[in-house]
Design a protein around this ligand. Structure first.
Ligand code: ZN
Length: 244
C-alpha cells in the first residue's frame, strides 16, 4: 500500500459500522475515490475536518491495490465554503453539481481540469447573487470536459451547418437540421440565443464565460435542455436534481 496525499472535495459521506464513515472524494490527483475514516464518529477530533459535502480537504491515505475503499489516516479542512452552507438554494446547487461530477466521471480516473472547474464553481458560487447561472455554465463545461458534450456545432446526424432552423434532439445528443429533424419525434425547438450561449461558454475560459449575459428565456431553456440531456444520457435521475 502506498501512502498518498491529495486535495479532495467531498462528494458524499455515509456512516459505516459503529464509529467510521466512508467518504466519496473527488481529488485533484487521483480523480474520484472512496476512503474510510475509522473512529471519526466516536472521536471527531481525530481528524481536522468533519467532511461536510462539497468541503475541500487535504487528505493522506493508504492506497489499496485490492480494495476500492482506501484507508484515510489524516484529513485537514481547507475550505468549508461557509457562504454556500448558509443558503439552502446554494447548498442544493452545489450538491447537485458534485453528484453530477460523480455520475459523469469513472472512479480513480484523474481529471485535473474538472477538479479546477469544480473548485472555481464553488468559490464563485459562494459570493454570487445568481448561483444557478454559475451552475448552468459549469454544467456546460463539465459535459464538454467529461466527453458527454452535446453537439451544437452542426447537425449531429449529417454535419450540415445550422442557421435559422434549430431543433434539439436529446436522444441523438445534439442539434438536428431541417432534413434530419424527422428522425426524432421528441425533438424540440431551441432559441438561437441558447445555441450561441452554449457555443460561447464552451470556447471561453471560466472567467470569460462568467461575463456572458443570459436572458431569462435562454436561462430557462438551458436549464431544461441540460437537465433532460443529463437525465437521458446517464439513464438515471440524479437524486438532487428535483431540489433545484
Ligand atoms: Zn442533418
Amino acid at each position: 500500500m502506498a501512502i498518498c496525499k491529495a486535495e479532495a472535495l467531498v462528494i458524499r459521506k455515509f456512516d459505516f459500522r459503529e464509529t467510521s464513515i466512508i467518504v466519496e472524494f473527488f481529488t485533484r490527483e487521483f480523480g474520484r475515490l472512496k476512503g474510510i475514516l475509522k473512529g471519526i464518529r466516536s472521536n471527531p477530533k481525530k481528524f481536522g475536518s468533519t467532511l461536510e459535502p462539497f468541503s475541500c480537504n487535504e487528505i493522506v491515505f493508504y492506497r489499496s491495490r485490492n480494495s476500492e475503499i482506501h484507508l484515510v489516516s489524516q484529513c485537514d479542512l481547507r475550505d468549508n465554503f461557509l457562504e454556500i452552507r448558509s443558503d439552502l438554494k446554494k447548498i442544493n446547487l452545489a450538491s447537485f453539481f458534485m453528484e453530477l461530477t460523480s455520475a459523469l466521471l469513472a472512479p480513480e480516473d484523474k481529471h485535473e481540469e474538472v477538479f479546477e472547474l469544480a473548485l472555481s464553481c464553488l468559490k464563485d458560487m459562494s459570493l454570487a447573487a445568481d448561483p444557478a447561472r454559475i451552475i448552468n455554465i459549469a454544467q456546460i463545461k463539465l459535459l464538454k470536459l467529461s466527453g458527454f458534450k452535446p453537439h451544437f456545432d452542426s447537425c449531429v446526424l449529417c454535419d450540415s451547418k445550422i442557421d435559422e432552423y434549430a431543433k434539439f434532439s436529446t436522444a441523438f445528443g445534439g442539434l438536428l437540421c431541417f432534413k434530419c429533424a424527422y428522425r426524432d419525434s421528441n425533438r424540440h425547438a431551441v432559441l438561437k440565443g441558447t445555441v450561441a450561449s452554449i457555443r460561447h461558454i464552451e470556447k471561453s475560459d471560466w472567467q470569460n464565460s462568467q461575463r456572458l449575459g443570459l436572458s431569462p428565456l435562454v436561462k430557462e431553456e438551458l436549464d431544461m435542455m441540460l437537465n433532460r440531456f443529463v437525465l437521458f444520457h446517464l439513464e438515471k435521475k440524479l437524486k438532487t436534481a428535483r431540489f433545484i
